[in-house]
Design a protein around this ligand. Structure first.
Ligand code: FRU
Length: 526
């Protein structure tokens, strides 16, 4: 754009921010204050000694789900999240807010958005952020539930809020900026399942992907919209859609990234049916590698849908491109409609560790974000250890650590690591060489009925040269496993007793542990 028009547009944008952020500001501010008081009061009462994470993000109190608006603004990373400040359950969603200098240490900020308007009265649902002309713009879904007689009608719209300081957000007077999904007779998209806008900029135009359902076939889909000014949007096309219900009935939390020479479309589909031992979780999160045609708005996938994570708890990831060009992902480390035992302690839900996303041989892989090394404070390192049966290492134990094991299984049938173990409890990660399957079993992750979560998840993992590398992150109520540099990732919440801190290495046959590196990890609030 020529400099004159850029300047004019910048002046217009700044003016319109000032213009729109005050219309509802007073009542929104009051609602935010009430929400903040509620969460502050609840947070003091929480016993953070047992399950509350040491180096993962959780709400100060009450409910957390999806990460939202992951962005970099005024020299800081911003991560917002779906938050109910009033109770540890999913209701009246707000946007909570954390900031970080490094994606590792986080600081709580005042709650950013509250339901305050007719178009978002029943929830400020998930969305994304974009920075333009020193303004942080948040796009979110306004959730409205109307009860007429004995009928419930849900309407979801896309809305805009903005901030010049990254702390106080005003909602646009133009809201809703996208009022409904294309709902004409041919394009019959759901008005009630139309949410989670993801905004990006390409060649002077803004694009928005919104998750939805094609009502005729009940297939999940993502819809593409385009805008010149972030306020007026036109529908372009159905960017991607499932068929025969095989990819579920609704695609939540879409996002789109250009990585290397490929495009990546990320979705969180609801309703994929289990196939054997795959897709056992209620909902999934994964990716397609392919190419977006900006003219037609169509995404052409190059290969099949891939999962980010094969464990029990991982959903609705968001990605940020860091100033130094890395793609870093954070997800909700829980799953819908599961028991979340910390609810009894006054909080519910936490985030994954940040993970770096790359494309390797046409597949998306994720590995722990390298910046996490800043949390290491005490280490135990071993080389060339023989294992035949069960073995423990005196300095390897705890409830908040990182463990990296490279094992040569040439002369072994199987290898297992029992985490957060005691005489009665263990979370078992095991690999069977013949079947080439990695399993995570949490049948005995606790022996206390209220904390028990049972079941097993598995993934296929062929080895090269019989070498298995496991990079494990354990926190007070979670485990995240990255196998062979992120080829397979498994994440789960677990709720062992405070003193179930042993780590046991078990083999059938002889395993040569080539290297074993253990680090205790500091709190992210230090
Ligand atoms: C995904 C999701 C989103 C929605 C939000 C509501 O977990 O269902 O689709 O916007 O959570 O909290």
């Amino acid at each position: 754009m020529n400099p004159f028009w850029s300047l004019l547009l910048a002046v217009f944008l700044v003016f319109s921010v000032q213009n729109t952020s005050f219309s509802d500001a007073a009542s929104h501010k009051q609602l935010l204050q009430k929400a903040q008081q509620s969460v502050d009061a609840a947070s003091i009462k929480i016993d953070k000694a047992h399950f509350y994470p040491q180096y993962h993000l959780a709400a100060p109190a009450n409910w957390m789900n999806d990460p939202n608006g992951f962005s970099y603004f005024n020299g800081q990373y911003h991560l917002f999240y779906q938050h109910n400040p009033f109770a540890p359950k999913h209701e009246k969603m707000h946007w909570g807010h954390y900031v970080s200098p490094d994606l590792v240490h986080w600081k709580e900020m005042p709650i950013a958005l509250a339901p305050s308007e007719a178009y978002d009265k029943d929830g400020v649902f998930s969305g994304s952020a974009i920075v333009e002309d020193n303004i942080l713009y948040l796009f979110y879904t306004g959730h409205v539930v109307n009860k007429k007689d004995d009928k419930t009608e849900i309407h979801q719209t896309q809305n805009l809020a903005m901030s010049k300081d990254g702390i106080n957000f005003g909602k646009s007077a133009n809201n809703p900026v996208i009022n409904m999904a294309p709902h004409y007779s041919v394009l019959n998209f759901s008005l009630k399942d139309f949410r989670d806008p993801f905004i990006w900029k390409q060649s002077d135009r803004y694009y928005a992907l919104v998750g939805s359902q094609y009502e005729k076939t009940k297939d999940g889909a993502v819809l593409l919209f385009k805008s010149k000014d972030l306020r007026n949007w036109v529908f372009i096309n159905i960017t991607a859609i499932g068929s025969n219900g095989e990819m579920g009935y609704m695609w939540e939390c879409p996002s789109f990234w250009h990585i290397g020479s490929d495009d990546v479309l990320i979705i969180s589909p609801q309703g994929i049916k289990p196939h054997g031992k795959m897709f056992l979780n209620k909902y999934q999160s994964g990716w397609f590698v392919g190419k977006l045609d900006y003219d037609t708005g169509k995404f052409k996938q190059k290969g099949p849908f891939g999962l980010f994570d094969y464990g029990f708890d991982f959903y609705a990831p968001q990605v940020i491109k860091t100033p130094d060009g890395k793609h870093v992902l954070i997800a909700w480390l829980d799953m819908w409609d599961t028991k979340i035992p910390e609810t009894a302690e006054g909080w519910a839900g936490m985030m994954s560790i940040p993970r770096e996303l790359k494309i390797l041989n046409g597949k998306v892989v994720t590995a722990p974000y390298s910046g996490l090394k800043a949390l290491r404070y005490d280490s135990a390192n071993y080389k060339d250890q023989k294992l035949n049966g069960t073995r423990e290492f005196s300095r390897i134990n705890g409830n908040a650590y990182e463990l990296i094991v490279t094992a040569d299984l040439t002369n072994a049938k199987s290898f297992a690591i029992k985490l957060r173990a005691s005489s009665s409890q263990e979370t078992v990660l095991s690999y069977d060489k013949e079947s080439k399957i990695l399993k995570l079993n949490r049948d005995k992750s606790s022996s206390v009925p209220e904390h028990m979560l049972t079941g097993e998840r598995e993934a296929s993992l062929p080895l090269a040269d019989n070498l298995l590398k496991l990079h494990i992150f354990v926190d007070k109520s979670s485990v995240e496993v990255f196998a062979n540099d992120g080829q397979v990732v498994m994440s789960s919440r677990i709720y062992p007793d405070k003193n179930s801190n042993d780590v046991k290495f078990v083999s059938d046959g002889e395993v040569k542990i080539k290297s074993l590196d253990f680090y205790k990890l500091k709190s992210i609030n230090n």
